[in-house]
Design a protein around this ligand. Sequence first.
Ligand code: ADP
Ligand code: UDP
Length: 237
Amino acid sequence: MEKQQFLYEGKAKRIYATADPDLLVVAYKDDATAFDGKKKGQIERKGMLNNRISSFFFQLLASRGVDSHFVRQLSDTEMLVKKLDIIKVETVVRNIAAGSLSRRLGLAEGTPLSRPVLEYYYKDDALGDPMINEYHIYALNLADRGQLLKIAEDSLRINEILSGYLRGKNIILVDFKLEFGLFKGEVLLGDEISPDTCRFWDAETGEKMDKDRFRRDLGGVSEAYAEVLDRLTGGKS
Ligand code: ADP
Ligand code: UDP
């Protein structure tokens, strides 16, 4: 499936149309941003690494019964996906306190949570993606009850699948962000699942293997992303 006209450039990816109106090409970039786009940079090979890592996770989820927009990997940096009507609600699932949860609730980073926490954020760059709850979602007509139930159930199921899988690869899944959209009336997982959108910690050393290395200037960013891919695929990707 050839990519056709360029449709959209985001912070991490470019989107192209294809000959099939139901399908898009997502091209992953090396560009990195943090803090609502205030910090900008490039991470060598990130486009390739995130495309491969996301492709791997979408296939893993499909094999466990969680459908997504993913159709197939097209090249090192591109994947073919179903075109979604993106729902403006991002979910974050957390297993361990870090980032904004640590700041908001005064929990030391690394504090285990006694059960997973599911949060909703309003997908609106101009507002800085504020946290919202079910009442806001229904009041703003961002999703209906059936759609939100599916989003919540899928998010928690994805957490179970990915946490368990990654634990076997000596990686702790601390937290992650997901996006969903509508495809022919059905709610499907979209966007990406990568070290840009998840916190991964090495199970032995606690070392960060995700975008916090970029956010906090820890160095070794692309090496950490490459290590995630290596552990997932056993070096066979
Ligand atoms: P941003 O727009 O936040 O800067 P990206 O650079 O990651 O983010 O761009 C990807 C954009 O494409 C996001 O807005 C995301 O919601 C959207 N998107 C992801 N998957 C799909 C899909 N299957 N169909 C339509 N849009 C999608
Ligand atoms: N996240 C994301 N995109 C966002 C906000 C958060 O992918 O716009 C991910 C982030 O990488 C982390 C999780 O969601 O894995 C929780 O992020 P948090 O709310 O702690 O915010 P942060 O401290 O990263 O700003």
